[in-house]
Design a protein. Sequence first.
Length: 200
Amino acid sequence: MSPENYLSSKDATLASIIVATPTFKKTDWNRDVYLALLESIVSQQISVKAADSIFGRFRALFPDQYPHPDQLLAQTEEQLRSAGLSFQKINYLRNVATFALEKGIEYAHLDSLTDDEIVKYLTPIKGVGRWTVEMLLMFVMDRPDVFPVDDLVIRQKMIKAYQVTETGRALYKQLHEIAELWRPHRTVACRYLWRWQPTA
C-alpha cells in the first residue's frame, strides 16, 4: 500500500487534502548533511532569494566552491562578512565546522542512528535547533516518519484543516494526537500539508 493510500485510510481529513494537492516528485537526495547544515544557518530569517545569493557568495570564497571545515575556520571574519553574513551566523557556521572536525557529520554515521538520536547528536551545536535537524531528516536523509510540530506552516495548516481551537500546550498535544494516525508516514503527510492550498 502506498503511503498516500495508507494515510487516506487512516484519516479522512488528510485524504481530502491529498486528493486536492498535487503529488510531489522526489529528486535525487543530496546526502551532504554538513553542507545542508551550513545552508540552513545561512537561510535563517531571510528570504529564499537572499539566502541563495549569500550562500552562493559564501561558497565562492573557497577554491572548489566547497567550505571544507578546516578552510571555513581559516577564513577571517572580514572575508566571511564580505559574503553578506552576520556576525551571529559566522559564529554558527564556525560552530558547525568545529563540530564536523571534532565529532563528524558524515551521512554514513548519522544514517545508523534513529531520528531522535540524530536530533540529540546535532542540537548541541549552537545555532542548530530541533526544527533545523528535522528539516535535514526530511529533506536530506529522507526519513519517512518525521513530524516537525515546531514548523509554523504545519501548525497553521493543521489548525485550519482540523479546526483546532486549543492554544499553548493543549494545541501541541492535540496536533501530536492527530499526527499519531499518520505513523509511519508522517513525513509524507507533512509534505502534503505544506503544499496544500486551503480554500477560504
